[in-house]
Design a protein around this ligand. Structure first.
Ligand code: SAM
Length: 247
């Protein structure tokens, strides 16, 4: 039986790679990764010498076939992305779907002889890290990934404004101000937690409305990666206490 391990890797701080992830990356036949240079550094840091193969959203059917063949031959593989949990606004979901369809659900002869399982090795994810410190109710939340750049952008923010529960979205340095502006236009009173560079040297947490966070970001460096958490509609403004910047 072969296993496709879906391995979460650090979102900044290398100490966040779990012992189980290390052992898995060190023992599989091959590590499938988005960018061999990025994952190469991670493996090198931990003295792991497992061969790598690039596998990302642009990988064609040939690559997928190669992966399926390796699994069918009984080789364990690990799937990682540049940072965080594969499949979460990252490549991986498609491969997992293909493997599940091909091996776990199929009832053909080969699948029965050489069953392949998909196993998570859980760990860091920026969305979950941000939710864990947001201070908003998280018994229910919605993850909406990145706002689209062009087509569908207005619809995305219109929809965001109508969601009453806690919402988590991703944003890059280049568009953080634009996204905060879209939120401010629609829900100026809604409280946000904006997490910059989580687990890294310049980790900063901004709490306030979109306008307040924009002001705080204007006076500091906005380099880095961001997660925006929007409070549930009912707990925004007037009902909440302190806000500001912490690091
Ligand atoms: N799969 C990853 C995960 O599980 O978090 C997310 C990958 S997605 C391509 C990259 C985005 O995640 C960044 O643009 C940013 O929005 C968010 N992100 C990743 N690392 C982060 C960090 N250290 N601090 C804040 N946001 C981060």
């Amino acid at each position: 039986m072969a296993t496709l391990f879906v391995v979460a890797t650090p979102i900044g701080n290398l100490s966040d790679l779990s012992e189980r992830a290390k052992a898995t990356l060190g023992s599989v036949h091959m590590v499938l990764c988005e960018d061999t240079r990025v994952t190469g550094k991670l493996l090198h840091h931990f003295g792991i010498k497992t061969p790598m193969m690039s596998y990302h959203q642009h990988s064609g059917d040939d690559k997928t076939k190669k992966v399926l063949d390796l699994l069918e031959q009984g080789h364990d593989l690990a799937l990682v992305t540049d940072a965080g949990t594969p499949g979460i606004s990252d490549p991986g979901g498609k491969l997992v779907e293909t493997v599940v369809k091909r091996f776990e659900k199929s009832d053909d002869k080969i699948s029965q002889v050489r069953k392949v399982v998909v196993m998570p090795i859980p760990g860091p994810s920026a969305a979950i890290a941000a939710l864990s410190i947001c201070g908003f109710p998280t018994d229910e939340f919605l993850f909406l990934g990145f706002p689209p750049n062009k087509k569908g952008r207005q619809t995305y923010f219109d929809r965001l404004a109508t969601i009453e529960s806690t919402v988590v979205i991703y944003e890059s340095t280049h568009r953080i101000f634009k996204s905060l502006e879209e939120i401010n236009k629609r829900t100026p009173q809604r409280d946000l937690v904006v997490c910059r560079e989580l687990t890294k040297l310049h980790e900063t947490i901004y709490r306030g409305t979109a306008a307040e966070v924009t002001e705080a970001l204007t006076s500091t460096s906005i380099k880095g990666e961001f997660v925006i958490v929007l409070a549930p509609v009912l707990s925004s403004r007037a009902t909440n206490g302190s806000r500001g910047i912490s690091s």
